[in-house]
Design a protein around this ligand. Sequence first.
Ligand code: NAD
Ligand code: TYD
Length: 349
Amino acid sequence: MKRIIITGGAGFIGSHVVREFVTNYPDVQIINLDALTYAGNLENLKDIEDKENYTFVKADITDAVHIQAVFEQYQPDGVIHLAAESHVDRSITNPTAFVMTNVIGTVNMLNSAKSIWQDDFTGKRFHHVSTDEVYGTLGETGLFQEDTAYDPHSPYSASKASSDHFVRAYHDTYGLPVVITNCSNNYGPNHFPEKLIPLCIHNILNNKPLPIYGDGKFTRDWLFVVDHARAIDMVFHRGQNGQSYNVGGFNEWKNIDLVQELCKQMDEKLGREVGTAEKLITFVKDRPGHDLRYAIDATKINKELGYQPSVTFEEGLSKTIDWFLANEDWLANVTSGDYQKYYDTQYDK
Ligand code: NAD
Ligand code: TYD
């Protein structure tokens, strides 16, 4: 039986990747390696936790000795590395945590992969999951291509850019068989409510203000999380060694337009009068160093691997809202305790 270590598998995107692999590859042992930080939640994997090809290991990727021991115990053939600190606003408050997990943690993962594979790289693969934010910001036009120069602005994107450079360096220097995916903003079930879409869903449900940074004209390119997991599956299995693949759905939205669409769908689904949620929109102080626009050119993954998103944005958003409405317990659990402290500090309430 082959073995794949997936890091960050208890998080938002990681849990969808774990499900994709556990379900599609019953003959492959999937080892979910996660430290269970505030963002990690094993509830996300309730439906597959009893599968024979699934194992959970609690480990912190900043702990090199422990990570090496996990690699020696499980002898993985593949690694899909998602574990990271992932929220830009938190990176502005505490950049060091991002360097530790995203940079040092990634180097620890690379060292352990190199150490157990050094004799033979045949059939081995290290897939690093990254973001389009490493490219910096676009003006009103243009798209990020795989060869767009890196130009990160936030501590989060700087740490992800650094980790991408280390992954490439291990390929170029040691011949480690790596692939990198740089994806646009994800949304969907299990999204932690510090990020724009789930935060607004949570606040609409609770009749709280919807905080829009600056003038709301900032633009993001949104992809349904299940479609990101499908792209990772394709690139992990069929991508070319040493290559990067941009992942996106050609789906740009200005924040204010997106929140208005969300308000419309939420009012309909909750049976509230049209315009109820929109009244909650509140413009607040802008994020420092806020990137104006992200937009992905996903031509390469489409041409080389035949990748296409499976749902439109309207379908994906509707499924996402339905999931949150059907899982209010999940939302209540993750918004108790430390979340309240974070929310009060971030939004000065
Ligand atoms: P998330 O914050 O929801 O989950 C991160 C997971 O990593 C959690 O389960 C957490 O417990 C785990 N983790 C954090 N620090 C760890 C450590 N030191 N050791 C082990 N585990 C640790 O993040 P996400 O949104 O699911 O993002 C996953 C990956 O995808 C990240 O690498 C992120 O940069 C990348 N990405 C995210 C997006 C997005 O829109 N969310 C878009 C493109 C790329
Ligand atoms: P976010 O979901 O944090 O993702 P990222 O910063 O990685 O793109 O934010 C998406 C966009 O929404 C971004 O332009 C910042 C904006 N935003 C708000 O306007 N208000 C908020 O409360 C949050 C969390 C984000």
